[in-house]
Design a protein. Structure first.
Length: 288
């Protein structure tokens, strides 16, 4: 399929390990020289975990307060969250769901990976515990002055940047139409549902949550859309109607959904520049 113009990936963030031994050697100009020792980076926590709100045993909202306040960031950007594990600083990138202009605390939506190297340790940090927070980064952001209808397509914790983006658009004097599609396995995973439903009640935003396992007992009582995110996307496009040619789509979530959704949107006539993707997962899987 045709690749979109803007396809933003993330470089995995790994541990910063101990110093290289003095006996280590490195090749240089065809010979060998003694490698200079590299001091282990000093691990200095610079933020406090304020709270953790569990949606399920594996998905939670984390609120973090940096010591020096939250630096300016754009909706859609991410921060590296870090912990000392076995003497090394482990970092993982997470998009913030907080609105731009936040100065005190930032919020993240994180999935615990049972076999992961980072999130099981993060789940052990109690409120009041100290963590490390990096500066905001990333190019998966709103295009300035874009008054087109904004279609946000997400799965799981990939919703986070769209909460921040939606709040920015809700405040925009241009008042663009906003559509948020969020696919999960279980209704309990629908993070920020109350906020999105409240925005939907204003008429400024259309919220389309969908559950992919409607027959699971955990989803008893669910009366909304069912099926995978990409399965409901055609129906959402039909509902956009005359706005469809003037719509920009942002996609964030698991790689299979991103590719399937982009293919559907291109098939519906979306220009390459109107489909913007973020690879929320690395090539080897979600942040762990």
């Amino acid at each position: 399929m045709t690749a979109p113009v803007l396809d933003i990936g993330r470089r995995p963030l790994g541990p910063i390990g101990p110093a290289v031994p003095l006996t280590a050697r490195a090749p240089l100009m065809g010979g060998l020289i003694e490698a200079r020792p590299i001091r282990r980076r000093e691990i200095t926590p610079n933020a406090t975990l304020v709270s953790r709100i569990d949606l399920t045993p594996a998905i939670a909202r984390f609120v973090v307060r940096p010591d020096g306040g939250v630096p300016p960031f754009k909706p859609g950007q991410y921060f590296a969250l870090g912990l000392e594990v076995d003497g090394a600083l482990l970092q993982r990138p997470y998009s913030t769901a907080s609105p731009a202009g936040t100065t005190d605390e930032v919020e993240f939506l994180i999935r615990r990976v049972g076999t992961g190297t980072f999130t099981p340790h993060l789940w052990q940090v109690a409120p009041g515990g100290r963590v490390w927070l990096g500066p905001p980064k990333g190019l998966f952001t709103l295009q300035e002055g874009d008054e087109r209808t904004h279609l946000f397509v997400s799965t799981g914790t990939g919703l986070a940047p769209f909460v921040s983006m939606s709040e920015a658009l809700m405040r925009s004097p241009a008042r663009p139409r906003i559509v948020v599609v969020h696919g999960v396995s279980y209704a309990a995973e629908l993070a920020h549902r109350d906020r999105l439903e409240a925005w939907s009640a204003t008429g400024r935003l259309s919220y389309v949550p969908t559950v992919s396992r409607p027959t699971d007992p955990a989803n008893d009582g669910w009366t909304g859309a069912t099926g995978r995110t990409e399965a409901v996307l055609d129906r959402v496009c039909d509902q956009l109607g005359p706005d469809l040619p003037e719509t920009v789509a942002y996609i964030c979530g698991n790689p299979e959904m991103i590719e399937a959704a982009a293919e559907i949107l291109h098939g519906r006539g979306f220009a390459e520049s109107a489909v913007i993707r973020e690879h929320y997962w690395t090539a080897v899987g979600p942040a762990k």
